[in-house]
Write a protein that binds this ligand. Structure first.
Ligand code: SAM
Length: 275
């Protein structure tokens, strides 16, 4: 339960240094409010409910200068993600040194993806060397503002969220009125929130929670006004959409089962003047 979850008392207290050692500020006097070393840049991209980390690994070479973090609530799954990233970084170092040893076996939970499905079990050097991705254990329904300051993020990904089909379970969904307000707080104007699901009803639920419906009476303060849907060419040309649609473990499963994938991307609008 939550008292086993570690979270900073504010984003300025968060110690990211062990997550992104290659991005630690060389000046040791630059410290966080908890007295730990600061990074040269902020974490900007978040994968909510990252599962086994396929999106992180897929995005890493695409955004090599951007710090990306996956948030996952299940301990064994998060442990797997961390050891997977560790193995990938080690692999990159070995490749640079011309050593081609067998890829290090990571401890895998029973339900982990098959090795051939793992993105990045590669013998190629990639931009960024996977130094820009990490994972933390977190319940994103509770502590998101502890980790990320206002307007810190340029992208949030929500890939194949647990559907919680039953109506009385809908409150467990990670898309809701109040969580959307938190996402709008953390994402900067111009930033984007990406979603994909294989459950059509959940797709419509997401659309309803991010856009005002025809004839809907919405209060002035609703965070729905802070988002606009991204469509057409901009969506088709966005490489992140391709990665999200093909590289996560869940998306591979859906592809194998010939399932449908419903994508919705929203841009964070400028804050209205009354904020
Ligand atoms: N995004 C991954 C993918 O596409 O392969 C995993 C999808 S899986 C169906 C949903 C994941 O969200 C699970 O790994 C689950 O443990 C995680 N999750 C559910 N609720 C969460 C929460 N409140 N905070 C963090 N992770 C959560």
């Amino acid at each position: 339960s939550d008292h086993h979850l570690e979270y900073p008392i504010s984003p300025a207290h968060m110690d990211w240094s062990s997550h992104y050692p290659a991005f630690v500020d060389p000046d040791p006097t630059h410290q966080t409010l908890s007295g730990t070393r600061r990074l040269l840049k902020d974490v900007e991209v978040v994968d909510i409910g990252c599962g086994f980390g396929g999106l992180l690994v897929g995005l890493a070479p695409l955004l090599p200068e951007t710090l990306i973090v996956g948030l996952e609530i299940r301990t064994s799954v998060l442990d797997y993600v961390r050891s997977r990233i560790h193995a990938l970084r080690l692999r990159q170092q070995q490749l640079k040194q011309g050593i081609v040893a067998p890829i290090e076996e990571t401890e895998r939970p029973a339900e982990a993806p098959a090795p051939e499905d793992e993105v990045g079990t590669t013998n190629a050097l990639v931009p960024g060397n996977y130094e820009n991705i990490s994972g933390i254990r977190a319940n994103t329904m509770k502590f998101l503002p502890n980790f990320f300051a206002r307007h810190q993020l340029s992208k949030i990904f929500i890939c194949f969220p647990d559907p919680h089909f039953k109506v009385r379970k809908h409150k467990a969904r990670i898309v809701s009125e109040s969580l959307n307000a938190e996402y709008a707080y953390a994402v900067r104007p111009g930033g984007k929130l990406y979603s994909i699901t294989d459950v059509e009803e959940y797709h419509h639920w997401i659309l309803r929670h991010f856009t005002v419906q025809v004839g809907e009476d919405v209060s002035m303060g609703s965070s729905k006004f802070l988002w606009e849907r991204v469509e057409g060419e901009e969506l088709e040309n966005d490489p992140c959409v391709k990665v999200m649609s093909s590289e996560t473990e869940e998306s591979k499963k859906v592809t194998r089962n010939n399932g449908n994938k419903y994508v919705a991307v929203f841009r964070r609008k400028e804050d209205p003047e009354w904020v």
